[in-house]
Design a protein around this ligand. Structure first.
Ligand SMILES: [Zn+2]
Length: 246
């Protein structure tokens, strides 16, 4: 049953012809993500190809999403890597499949944004922030912010999926994601995956509007987070202007 499922998932896989060639870890991850992948392909009709990398760089994350020629490439890089499951080190063995499922939902959330042509775009009615810096520094700051916003969306997409499919385990997954997204101890650097502003809006699964389609639920909460950030930005600018006028 699992083999048949994996073969059907791997129909689009360019690197391997059969599920028999997958490692145990790859099989475990694809099995944990299979319900999400089925939903993405069958219900949402998202163009997703699964790529299993035979080798990778030590810095490669186990699961990543790229976009090429109008198709999403979900890339597994875990072969010959001893640190592939480090992100799960704090998670009890029996809960790991659940977190892997959330990771697949996160990546599919990225794919959804790509396919909608909204990657790095602000929703209607929102504007890009002006950055104090100029030139290259400004471009970098802007790109970091765009990436961080996409990560925020994808984290909410993952949580919306968990709330829909495993509501009784929502709290465990949300707590794990907050732990993974914890800012660096120095707190000085806002990284591309600093998504806490959005995770805090979703500490309970009730935060999602269950009547909406899955990714619309994520989108609606995500926009609430963007509004909060705008409000903080306006407040900061107000303070800056006030101090200039003094
Ligand atoms: Zn991501």
């Amino acid at each position: 049953m699992i083999t048949r499922l994996l073969i059907s998932l791997l129909l689009f896989c360019s690197n391997f012809a059969s599920a028999a060639e997958l490692t145990d870890m790859e099989t475990r991850w694809l099995t944990a993500g299979s319900a999400m992948l089925k939903y993405a392909k069958k219900d949402l009709k998202l163009p997703i190809d699964i790529i299993v990398q035979p080798t990778g760089k030590p810095t490669d994350v186990p699961l990543a999403l790229g976009f090429q020629d109008g198709r999403c490439k979900l890339v597994l890089t875990m072969r010959n890597k001893t640190n592939a499951e480090d992100v799960l080190s704090s998670v009890p063995a029996e809960q790991r499949a659940l977190m892997i499922e959330a990771m697949f939902a996160h990546e599919v959330g990225h794919c959804w944004r790509y396919v909608q042509g909204q990657w790095h775009e602000m929703p209607a009615g929102f504007e890009e922030h002006d950055h104090a810096a100029h030139g290259q520094a400004q471009a970098q700051a802007q790109e970091l912010e765009q990436t961080r916003r996409e990560e925020g969306f994808a984290d909410l997409a993952a949580l919306a999926w968990i709330q829909q499919r495993h509501p009784e385990q929502y709290g465990i997954v949300a707590a794990w994601m907050r732990q993974v997204r914890q800012p660096s101890p120095s707190g000085a650097v806002v990284g591309s995956h600093t998504t806490m502003a959005w995770l805090q809006l979703a500490s309970s699964g009730d935060a999602f509007a269950a009547e909406l389609p899955l990714f619309e639920q994520a989108s609606s909460l995500w926009q609430k987070g963007l509004l909060n950030q705008d409000a903080r930005q306006d407040a900061r600018q107000g303070m800056r202007q006030a101090s200039l006028q003094r």
